[in-house]
Design a protein around this ligand. Sequence first.
Ligand code: AMP
Length: 359
Amino acid sequence: MRIGILGGGQLARMLGLGGIPIGAKFVTLDPAADACAAVVSEHITGNYGDISILERFASKVDVITYEFENVPAKSVKYLAEKKPVYPSPAALEVSCDRLKEKTLFRDLGIGTPNFSAVGNIYELKSAAREIGLPSVLKTRTLGYDGKGQAVLRAESDIEAAWERLGGVNCILEAFVPFTREISVIAVRSCTGEIIFYPVSENTHKNGILHKAVCTPDDPMQKAAEEYSRKLLEELDYVGVLALELFEANGKLLANEIAPRVHNTGHWSIEGANTSQFENHIRAVMGLPLGDTSPVEFSAMVNFIGEIPDASSVLSIKGAHFHDYGKEAKPGRKLGHATVRRPNKKFMLEGLNEVLALVN
Ligand code: AMP
């Protein structure tokens, strides 16, 4: 089966690496000619809004998926008229707009920080009074890795934050004094089967994911699954869905969803019986899903801006090295390492050894 992927970055590359062994062939579409997924696909260089490019892309594939959520809705609708698109355009629409996303959480009874839509400075001032400070102002669309958001700590921060985010439609949400951030990765098949990976505990640095530690038997596993299941069923979802959550006062609050394979699930390449990448491809190909249970204990560390020497990482017992083949730039995700070891204490020691190699 030929699978079209919108986007040619590292997620598309790892989807290729996960899907090729089970018979998938890939066509990627990305504006960059040197997209790092081009090594696992027939790569088309072009814009997502170019109808003739979309036509060519669709003609080459049986089914279409995507590696990022900011694909223009119009283009996805156009493609969906030609070939099946998984996850559905409806899931994409919800996840690329923070207001629609949080409203869906609220409608489904999924706990989420108190929030309010903000369209101008007056609404922002009134929302700040209602929600209270500190709070977080986020652009409704195009925010990722901590971009498009500002923390408001005092009333005097309000105007500068509004200006800095460009005066666009936003949401203001309560600042959550969380004890930890976790995520659950789920997969739903075309027949409605749903399976979950063990949750991971995630740490961010400068708004970008720094490390994710898989926590089998996490006390919040069941609660996270319950939230995720509601979303998967409501959206009649096919593929991998990531749900990011805050834990505060022993309760979970949903922060956001990603309708795709997710950085907090990269540990699953070596740390689970079937990786999130293979399972996403299985789901979109209509194949049975694979076992998500963990193999030993594992954690993942991102390489941001610079990548350590492969031999230093690989000399650490149980460490696996992933280089995405991208040009180094500050703040750019260039690769990651997974550490997998038979017991938690030993794995955390290995994780510290990897962390000592990154800044
Ligand atoms: P996001 O782009 O929504 O994933 O946010 C990036 C990071 O900012 C999150 O992983 C949190 O560490 C932090 N953050 C986002 N929203 C909030 C919030 N409402 N309260 C506290 N921290 C937040």
